[in-house]
Write a protein that binds this ligand. Structure first.
Ligand code: TRP
Ligand code: SF4
Length: 327
């Protein structure tokens, strides 16, 4: 149990199936073999949501509930809110001093977000420094493995470079090298076949009611060439089929058969899928219902997590100060 895993998520709204497949499922499994530290990254969320900052509190509690309902175990892992551990900002300051502006300006994720997101003004001082705070998150716990999505790889690369630069200037090997753990699961598209995202309103959320799931699965876009039941379908072009492969793999061969052999229509196919997603999410729903009744317990868990996180972060900052300013 010597290795530490760190990851974080921004509390910007409800979690959906993509978060589960792309991140949480992986996190849950890592708990068996590592000391895991999972942060609800509210400072990172604020960088984008500073105009709607009052919503963050609600999202934070929702996120904690989703995480625990999915199997993040607060007795094994440290689960806390980033802003409740002030050391993140202290380390961010130190790292900011040695991070060349060019590294941040060249960051492809940054450039893409400035280009693509028009609903908010992201031309801010903090947003340019987003990866510096992310590096501080990881390095504060001396994490050596970071489960992330591919979109976050440039940020992790910056973290490694910042860590090396710190070690080079001040103290060899204070910060270990960290590596990404990429998720193996295939990416699922949203019900409209665009990228699954809260902003497209095309995702099935982990907290959706059974009737929401039924409605959303009925709306899923299928093989566009299949118009009548008698037209054979092409499962490999159908989003519904890829959902079956993930959520009801035992039925996938049957689906292939009824689709290509024109034995069942898309409406029936989607309705069976909806029932299977409901079944798949049932244990999470049960846990979530139970947790929602006791929000004080959620706050206690987060406070407890913050205490544990703080005791590690505090030690690291003593070492950082000594490395930078001397004993
Ligand atoms: N930037 C990450 C995201 O948007 C969230 C995050 C914040 C994070 N701090 C982190 C991820 C540290 C990994 C490690 O998904
Ligand atoms: Fe897709 Fe099912 Fe329709 Fe085939 S039958 S096209 S797999 S929804």
């Amino acid at each position: 149990m010597s290795k530490t895993v760190f990851s974080g998520m921004r509390p910007t709204g409800k979690l959906h199936l993509g978060h589960w497949l792309g991140a949480l499922q992986n996190w849950v499994n890592l708990q068996k073999d590592y000391q895991c530290v999972f942060a609800i990254a509210d400072w990172h969320a604020l960088m984008g949501e500073y105009e709607n900052s009052r919503r963050l509190n609600e999202y934070i509690v929702d996120m904690a509930i989703d995480w625990i309902a999915c199997g993040i175990d607060p007795d094994k892992s440290i689960l806390y809110v980033q802003s409740s551990v002030p050391e993140h900002l202290e380390l961010q300051m130190v790292l900011s001093c040695l991070t060349p502006l060019g590294w941040l300006e060249r960051n492809p994720t940054y450039k893409e977000q400035l280009r693509e997101i028009s609903s908010r003004d992201l031309q801010t001082y903090a947003f340019l420094g987003y990866p510096v705070l992310q590096a501080a998150d990881i390095l504060l716990y001396k994490a050596t493995a970071v489960p992330i999505g591919e979109d976050q790889l440039p940020h992790l690369e910056l973290c490694r470079e910042i860590a090396r630069r710190f070690n080079f200037f001040y103290k060899k090997e204070l910060f270990p090298d960290c590596n990404p753990i990429l998720t193996q699961t295939p990416r699922l598209l949203g019900i409209d076949r665009r990228k699954m995202s809260k902003s497209y309103d095309n995702a099935i959320n982990l907290s959706d009611s059974e009737s929401d799931i039924v409605k959303k699965s009925t709306k899923m876009i299928t093989d566009p060439q299949r118009i009548r039941i008698s037209d054979p379908g092409r499962p490999e072009y159908c989003n519904v089929y890829s959902y079956y492969q993930v959520f009801a793999p035992d039925l996938a061969p049957d689906v292939y058969d009824w689709c290509t052999g024109s034995k069942k229509g898309c409406i029936e196919c989607k309705s069976i899928l909806g029932q299977r997603i409901i079944k798949y999410l049932a244990p999470m729903r049960a846990k979530r219902n139970e947790l929602e009744k006791d929000k004080d317990r959620i706050r206690d868990i987060l406070n407890e997590g913050a205490k544990k996180a703080k005791s590690i972060a505090h030690k690291t900052m003593i070492e950082v100060r000594e490395a930078v300013f001397g004993p």
